[in-house]
Design a protein around this ligand. Structure first.
Ligand code: ATP
Length: 339
């Protein structure tokens, strides 16, 4: 029995969480996977209720679970997900972006993964006032974090049926010490993986190439902030942020969540695309499959991916993808496919 901590989130979070739960229940019933969901309070609603975005009880529930699935959180995101990534040492943020049938992106044939370092950089929370008119933020880069994220990226490139290439994205020409360390660690790890093609690219060039020739990328490994920005760009290149799943992975635990935010502009309208969270659930099964050598979970991951593709091929899609379907229409269509 898997204990899954589930955070429903803010904004569109509750809508896409409900839709995803329907899909998870259908998958578990079809494949006989035993899964218990523990609803964990976190985010803006928890802050309003308890004065803390991540109350102690919620943290305890997360610690007592096998894995967590989480919808986006609003203003208090830094106090929940950024905090959890560091606390649980979820050092790799995996953000795939691929072309889906029936979805018009900027180009066809895209299948890339952004592997983003998830624990340091300017997200370390080291911001200071220098008097009232100047502020500084400190960019933290350690050899340990650079080596393990690079190793993770090369292992992903080896396991994929992709182009077997890794591009390290940074700005080492300007930030010679911090990004320079990242670049040299990537070189060191690359030398241990001679079967993978390896190149460096400055982040500004990468932003341009993701629009000019996104289909040429396979695995991109990059630092925390660059990964945050480039993954939103990659999601729009394949059609919508609503199609962008992600995984925060450590050695012992993982949290799966959409790459996007809580989208307050469309909250409550029933039009949010639930696929980002449903595809994140697919990644969750894949992780469970590997961690617990569970063939049923491996099957579940493939079933979700195939069902999403079938539904999109039929033109069942939310307005962000040019469709007319609601969040629930998409979820029910996927449930039908799964059954
Ligand atoms: P954050 O800073 O928390 O990442 P953001 O300011 O980048 O948030 P998002 O909430 O990610 O903003 O939304 C950016 C745009 O993408 C908004 O117009 C939003 O409506 C749209 N969007 C995001 N997620 C979805 C979704 N699942 N379905 C449809 N549109 C979405």
């Amino acid at each position: 029995m898997y204990r899954v901590a589930s955070i429903e989130g803010d904004g569109i979070g509750p809508e896409i969480s409900r839709a995803t739960r329907l899909v998870l229940n259908a998958v578990n019933t079809r494949l006989g996977i035993r899964m218990e969901f523990m609803d964990v309070e976190a985010g803006d609603s928890a802050l309003a209720r308890y004065g803390r975005a991540l109350p102690e009880k919620s943290l305890e529930m997360i610690r007592n679970s096998h894995v967590c699935i989480k919808a986006p959180i609003g203003e208090s995101a830094a106090d929940v997900i950024v905090y959890l990534r560091r606390l649980l040492d979820l050092y790799a943020n995996i953000r795939p972006a691929k072309t889906y049938p029936g979805v018009r992106g900027l180009k066809d044939g895209i299948d890339l993964i952004i592997v983003r370092e998830n624990t340091e950089d300017v997200y370390s929370g080291l911001e200071y006032d220098i008097g009232s008119d100047a502020k500084i933020a400190i960019k933290v880069t350690t050899r340990k974090a650079c080596m393990r994220i690079a190793e993770h990226a090369f292992r992903i490139a080896e396991a994929r049926k992709g182009k077997r290439s890794v591009v390290a994205v940074h700005k080492a020409n300007l930030l010679r010490k911090t990004d320079g360390l990242f670049a040299s660690c990537c070189n060191e790890v690359a030398s241990r993986h001679p079967s993978i093609r390896f190149a460096h690219m400055y982040v500004d060039a990468c932003a341009m190439n993701l629009i000019r020739n996104p289909e040429e990328f396979d695995v991109i490994v990059t630092m925390n902030m660059y990964g945050d920005i480039l993954s939103d760009e990659a999601a729009q290149v394949i059609g919508s942020l609503g199609l962008a799943p992600s995984a925060n992975v450590g050695d012992e635990y993982a949290i799966f969540e959409p790459a996007h935010g809580s989208a307050p502009d469309i909250a409550g309208k029933g039009i949010a695309n639930p696929l980002s969270l449903i595809l994140s659930a697919g990644m969750m099964y894949e992780w469970l499959a590997r961690r617990y050598s569970d063939v049923k979970c491996a099957e579940a991951s493939k079933l979700i991916e195939a069902s999403v593709c079938n539904v999109l091929s039929k033109g069942i899609a939310t307005p962000d993808l040019g469709g007319k379907s609601s969040t629930d229409d998409v979820a029910y269509a996927i449930v039908e496919e799964i059954r």
